[in-house]
Design a binder for this molecule. Structure first.
Ligand code: IPE
Ligand code: IPE
Ligand code: MG
Ligand code: MG
Length: 328
């Protein structure tokens, strides 16, 4: 297995190692959706297809790392994929986003009410899958992450509206909305694999740090990413007045920051937004944010130390590098 990360890595080639398991997970998704009436079935199919499917891949890799019977891991991987998808459906409503994965978001095609309900349906379906695994520890982690993500998204909405974002609020926000699901995915997989307490904690930490790196890179890509590759518009965070890590670094470093202040105080036309993005990109703030992401990625790799040293663990290590180099 080639575990070297080049400049622009494709997650699909990286996950070749677990291709049959990823296919198995996707088959299960399709079987479940096939049982759902129309039009909900089509809404779900459309939302569940595509994406990098990174979180279910983590679940399956942890199962492989412990050489566990994989059957229940498929259910957990599907549950995690459905939970992630539900949060994206809801996030796009909250953010008013019209494009994701290179196509129109669900709420652009369906009324908001139906869109929210489709996300809720996925939450119900993923809850059933976790319930069938019959381990209350899994259920606790699953319920907790759902609460955390919702609270995090609301906190972010309020903070951005009141312009009350600082380092602490940013860190809390990305942990709640993104890192918590990565952490829950690897923790639940460790529990399911029968790992001991220290290994469960190690995998939770791995997921948490990886998720933090992932969201910081997402926030950086919002400034420097290519829209065609991202499959979603760039510049949206600032356009919405959302302060993410590059903006925090910029505000800290540049005292005469008129164009960014103008956007944050409500001047959101394209000219102002583009000037602010250019100023932030020219200030060294992107590099500073990426250095933080690198720190998270490195800590995620260090967290793997107490785990069985095999091809799956090496791939988890490589995924942390991928997160740093990804272009979408
Ligand atoms: C998008 O997650 C939401 C964030 C946490 C930034 P992904 O980038 O994993 O989305 P898909 O599923 O691959 O489209
Ligand atoms: C991640 O935040 C959203 C969730 C974890 C639900 P973003 O708002 O940055 O995600 P994108 O950029 O829309 O994918
Ligand atoms: Mg969003
Ligand atoms: Mg984003």
């Amino acid at each position: 297995m080639n575990t070297t990360v080049k400049d622009s890595v494709r997650i699909v080639s990286l996950l070749e190692f677990i291709h049959p398991q990823m296919e198995g997970m996707r088959d299960r998704v399709h079987d479940l959706v096939a049982q759902v009436d129309e039009p909900l079935g089509s809404m779900l199919r459309r939302s569940l297809d595509g994406g990098k499917q990174l979180r279910p891949a983590l679940v399956l890799l942890v199962g492989r790392m412990f050489d566990a019977r994989l059957e229940p891991f498929y259910d957990l991987a599907v549950a995690v994929h459905m939970l992630h998808t539900a949060t994206l459906i809801h996030d796009d409503v909250v953010d008013g986003a019209s494009i994701r994965r290179g196509r129109e978001t669900l709420h652009m095609q369906w009324p908001t009410g139906a869109t929210v309900l489709a996300g809720d349906y996925l939450l119900g379906q993923s809850t059933s899958l976790v319930a069938e695994l019959e381990d209350p520890r899994l259920f606790k982690v699953f319920a907790a992450v759902l609460r955390t993500m919702c609270a995090g998204e609301i906190r972010q909405m309020v903070a951005s509206r009141r312009r009350r974002c600082d380092w602490e609020a940013y860190t809390y926000g990305i942990e709640a909305k993104t890192a918590s699901l990565f952490a829950a995915s690897t923790e639940m997989a460790a529990i399911l694999a029968g790992a001991d307490g220290s290994q469960i904690a190690a995998l939770r930490l791995f997921g948490r740090e990886l998720g933090m790196a992932f969201q910081v890179v997402d926030d950086v890509l919002d400034f420097v990413g290519d829209e065609a590759q991202l499959g979603k518009p760039a510049g949206n965070d600032l356009r919405q007045g959302l302060i993410t890590l590059p903006t925090l670094y910029y505000l800290e470093r540049v005292k005469n920051n008129g164009c960014v202040e103008a956007v944050l105080s409500g001047l959101r036309d394209e000219e102002h937004v583009q000037a602010a993005i250019d100023a932030i990109c020219a200030s060294g703030a992107i590099e500073a944010a990426l250095a933080d992401a690198q720190g998270y990625a490195r800590r995620s790799q260090e967290a793997l130390a107490p785990l069985p040293d095999n091809a799956s663990r090496r791939l988890l290590h490589t995924i942390a590098e991928y997160v740093m180099h990804r272009s979408h």
